[in-house]
Design a protein around this ligand. Structure first.
Ligand code: HEM
Length: 528
């Protein structure tokens, strides 16, 4: 960890030192330096590595011995559903623990699971989902051994995860322009499923991890709302108290984990723009006695520089090849959400510095695309990455058996949704109601309204919010009881019953060799 003395203008405690740790890279061990490339700790594929880990070693730790179930920890209150298993690492100094440190942080497939409670809650939800599916498959196929139960369940959880990311998360973030351009929409059944492309690499582009997808840092709210099961606001935890601190989630008086999840799906995110909440800008992971912590915005900028990420305008030009090159500050007029920002940036980067604006700064300040929550360049970089993650994944959930699912299994996965996953994994779900599309805030209808189709079906036809209001046209996102399967259908596991389908051949073709290892845009140019 090095201390970086960052010059500041306003708003952030001036303690002089920002801790910054250089990342592992390919050059560390080499005598003759080559182009420097950072090393990944986790898999690039959307493969639920957050649940199962990115290595055999991690998998062994999250799995309940060699059984088909994932390990969990039962809190004192036996009425609550089990939590993540507890961290064993005594040295994890950031973990604040609960009950005088006896309850450690939660442990999951991804090492960041305990970073803040809503993230921990989502990890817990998917561990519970895995164990629920195992129980159901055990009833359907009593003769399956533990290994078969584990592997089939893992495959289903990955399918559900991929489906939710592409069918529910991406339309909300991207809007129709980027989704259509990169042909990312999910359609029912096997309609319009793009072929696997052995020449496309699903590897994370450096710019995606170091700058582009960090857009989420601008969306983080300053406090985490906690709601009771009837959706009344109970309290809120300031974010800077919540880092590595699950105590409120372990507190049944505050509605435990339900409280965070129900608060989270009612709360609006911040807009992707120039602002990052103070908790993350100067108070990130702060120790109470210090009164200051790290600065995530500064880390994003410095990480981009350390990784050698080109400046914002380089990406803007790749993504808008028909536009003239950006040579002066005036060339950026109308590109950002607020032209006034150009003067401020000019002060920081200098009169001749328009081609030096850091990537993260430019990305998060662009005007948003119609119906989306991000600007054009982010849409282009994220679209390229998510396209490669889909087309470059030989085990993508929409692919045919034998690697993929049978037709009826795929229909079952596409018939489910995030709301069903939450309904099946939160406490007291028999008495719970939630909105069918939890990534949008609920609507409040004055008269009784019933949607013609459940969200799971509707979403594959028209998932995009209305341009101006960002609400869903022709779909009422009013809260419905989890028990209402016409609005929030259950995941139908019958297609997994042995004998319900023609047996599929077990031969799996050898993996093809990837011909390209870096991202390429449609026009053939490459991204860092
Ligand atoms: C309270 C919420 C969050 C906190 C405290 C947080 C904190 C952090 C920290 C400390 C890093 C490492 C920074 C570095 O050393 O360079 C990081 C990296 C990152 N964050 Fe967040 N983050 C949060 C939410 C989000 C969200 C919502 C997103 C995206 C939607 C996001 C995307 C990323 C990405 C892509 C990276 C880089 C990961 C990599 O290099 O592999 N984060 N975050």
């Amino acid at each position: 960890m090095v201390c970086m003395d960052l010059p500041r203008t306003i708003g952030v405690p001036a303690h002089g030192c920002s801790g910054f740790e250089e990342e592992e890279s390919t050059t560390k061990e080499l005598e003759e330096p080559i182009v420097r490339e950072q090393l990944n700790d986790i898999t690039a594929y959307i493969d639920a590595s957050g649940v199962y880990g990115s290595s055999e070693e991690r998998l062994e730790k999250v799995r309940d011995a060699k059984s088909s179930r994932l390990a969990t920890h039962q809190l004192g209150d036996a009425n609550l559903l089990p939590f993540l298993p507890l961290e064993q690492d005594e040295d994890h100094h950031e973990c604040r623990g609960t009950q005088g440190g006896t309850l450690k942080c939660g442990f999951a497939g991804d090492l960041r699971a305990a970073e803040q409670p809503t993230l921990t809650a989502l990890h817990t939800v998917f561990v519970r989902l895995h164990n629920n599916i195992v129980s159901e498959l055990q009833l359907i196929n009593g003769h399956w051994d533990e290994e078969r139960l584990f592997s089939e369940t893992r495959k289903i959880v990955i399918g559900v995860w991929q489906h939710i990311v592409y069918n529910e998360y991406m339309p909300a973030l991207f809007g129709p322009v980027a989704t259509d351009h990169f042909k990312l929409s999910i359609k029912p059944g096997r309609k319009e499923v793009p072929d696997y492309n052995e020449n496309l690499s699903a590897t994370m582009s450096n710019v995606f991890a170091s700058a582009a997808y960090r857009l989420g840092h601008s969306q983080i709210p300053s406090e985490l709302e906690i709601r009771d099961n009837k959706h009344f606001s109970q309290t809120a935890v300031p974010l800077h108290h919540a880092f590595f601190n699950a105590s409120a989630m372990h507190d049944a008086a505050n509605n435990g984990m339900n409280g965070f999840v129900l608060g989270n799906i009612a709360q609006k995110l911040n807009k992707v723009d120039r602002h990052v909440t103070a908790a993350d800008q100067g108070h990130l992971f702060e120790e109470e006695e210090d009164g200051f912590g790290l600065d995530l915005l500064a880390m994003n900028i410095q990480r981009g520089r350390e990784h050698g990420i080109p400046a914002y305008v380089e990406y803007r030009e790749i993504c808008t090849p028909q536009q003239p090159k950006i040579k002066s500050w005036d060339d950026l007029k109308g590109v950002f959400q607020d032209d006034g920002l150009l003067d401020e940036l000019k002060e920081v980067y200098g009169e001749d510095g328009v081609r030096e604006i850091d990537a993260f700064i430019g990305f998060t300040n662009e005007k948003h695309m119609p119906g989306g929550r991000i600007g054009h360049t982010l849409g282009c970089l994220l679209g390229d990455q998510f396209k490669r993650l889909r087309l470059g994944d030989r085990f993508w959930y929409e692919r045919n058996a034998p690697e993929g699912f049978t037709d009826s299994q795929l229909d079952a996965i596409k018939g489910t949704s995030l709301s069903r996953v939450l309904c099946d994994t939160l406490d007291d779900s028999e008495n719970l109601s939630i909105q069918p599309y939890p990534l949008h805030t609920p609507t409040y209808d004055t008269k009784k309204f019933k949607n013609d189709k459940p969200w799971a079906q509707f979403s594959m036809e028209n998932p995009f919010p209305e341009f101006k209001t960002l609400t869903l046209p022709n779909f009422s996102n009013h809260r419905v009881p989890c028990s209402d399967e016409s609005e929030i259908p259950k995941l139908n596991l019958n297609p997994w019953k042995d004998g319900s389908e023609e047996p599929v051949p077990v031969d799996v073709a050898p993996l093809p060799v990837l011909k390209e290892s870096i991202a390429s845009l449609d026009d053939g140019r490459t991204l860092a």
